[in-house]
Design a protein around this ligand. Structure first.
Ligand code: ZN
Length: 256
């Protein structure tokens, strides 16, 4: 559907050219894990870019349900919008067994979740996002995509140092220099609370997107897909479930 002629040309595109990189870019690569946050990021990218590809990483996660849900969620998103269907490009799943081999965490080993003496949860895989973004940048270079999109978030309770905005944007600079090509890293969730992430999803795709996220995304550290709640499936007890539930409840109460 075309917009009326009276709409200024600058208003026709939802892409806000706040970065010069956008001037030559109409494609993005989204780090897509199958969780709530990366699904919101994928919808955000589908709303803005002409071509959107996805990348996921198999590093020996203890729970496979998140990876298993990736194609289901991608398929679900294409059913929500003709434009999104036409924009969604190939998926890339990279095996990174080396990351699992050097990690000693509750995400990759049979360990209980707990906080470490250093104040970080033992789900922390050192430098994981740096590695993911670097692999994604290499793939984006080959695919001719100039923007990476990731769900890193500073307001996340866990305080992972590789989710900080300074970390991410420093890496964007290093990658642009190292690849000799401008590369932007967009993090639409960086300053959002979990309630605001639910609100963003609703803004982008309405109730159907919210329902897709509730039904199909996996956030639970246990990878639980059997216990259904209003906010999605999960054990309901782990910190990730607790965070997701609290965000949902905060969003629900703000709506009324
Ligand atoms: Zn859980």
């Amino acid at each position: 559907m075309s917009l009326p002629d009276r709409v200024p040309s600058t208003a026709r595109s939802k892409v806000e050219p706040h970065s010069p990189h956008y001037l030559n870019s109409n494609g993005a690569l989204v780090l897509f894990s199958g969780g709530q946050d990366s699904t919101a990021c994928l919808a955000w990218a589908l709303d803005r870019f002409a071509t959107v590809e996805t990348i996921g990483f198999d590093y020996g996660q203890r729970h496979r349900s998140e990876l298993d849900q990736r194609p289901v969620i991608r398929e679900g998103l294409t059913g929500l919008s003709d434009a999104w269907r036409s924009r969604l490009g190939p998926d890339h799943l990279l095996a990174l067994p080396a990351l699992g081999a050097i990690s000693e965490t509750s995400l990759t080993r049979d360990m209980a979740f707990e906080m470490t003496a250093g104040g970080l949860p033992n789900t922390f895989v050192p430098g994981r996002n740096l590695l993911f973004l670097t692999y994604a940048a290499a793939l984006a270079w080959r695919r001719g995509l100039r923007v990476l999109v990731g769900g890193m978030c500073e307001t996340d309770f866990s305080g992972y140092p590789d989710c900080r905005n300074d970390t991410i944007q420093s890496l964007a600079l290093a990658l642009s220099l190292g690849l000799d090509r401008p590369l932007a890293i967009e993090t639409p969730l960086m300053w959002l609370t979990k309630a605001e992430t639910w609100r963003l999803a609703h803004t982008l795709g309405g109730q159907p997107l919210v329902e897709l996220i509730v039904a199909e995304t996996v956030t639970c550290y246990q990878g639980d897909r059997t216990n259904a709640h209003a906010w999605g499936t999960g054990c309901g007890l782990c910190p990730a479930c607790e965070l997701r539930r609290k965000g949902w409840e905060e969003w629900q109460s703000a709506k009324t």
